[in-house]
Design a protein around this ligand. Sequence first.
Ligand SMILES: [Zn+2]
Length: 249
Amino acid sequence: MNLSLVFTFLFGLVFGSFLNVCIYRLPREESIVFPPSHCTSCQNRLYPKDLIPLLSFFLLKGKCRYCGEIIHWRYPAVELLNGLGWVWVIASFGITTQGLAGVFLFSFALVVALIDLEHYLIPNSLVILLFLCGLIFHFILQDLSLTKRLLGMTVGFGLPFLLALFSRGGMGGGDIKLCTAMGFWLGFPAVFQALFIGALMGSVIGISLIIMKIKKRKDPIPFGPFLVLGFLIIFFFQEPLLSWYWTLF
Ligand SMILES: [Zn+2]
């Protein structure tokens, strides 16, 4: 057993419970630092024994200690998923700048996807965070020229903007801003692949839901989860995907 991966998992769990706070509070425009964690039903303050990632949920049998309100299974699920995601990233990239960028992107994608699924919005603060971190990693990693990144940004803005114009609905303003920041991260031409994968998955699943009559034609479809998934796939698998693509010819 690799000790650094065990620690990565534990850090991932703890960070996951912070992500839960972000997922709940950001779309409600509440501060993510104040007030301290409390039950969203009875407002009782939660103490460390109630906040141990994963464990508290099972010890409390999924209910608030004070009012008995059911705690959504999303809370332990986000913690576990974030822990496992971080382990996978660090096992693949090591504790390197690339690995740090990877854990950030993984957690970021989780927060954006869950907020968009529930509220059909992508908070501006998250888009700004993505852009700022992209800028920092650009100067540290120096693996892409600034020109490529700015071109990526232009495509990341332009394509979804056109799609929003012609699809009337589908993509929203939050999606366009998110894609612009993702374009800066991925640069040109990788941004095309990420947008293609994201839009394709979103459309296929959206159309399937309409065919299965789970959603109506006019219902909005949150594109955020698919866009961030396309973004992660290209960020992590761009090279293996490309070499597989060329073996097809
Ligand atoms: Zn409560």
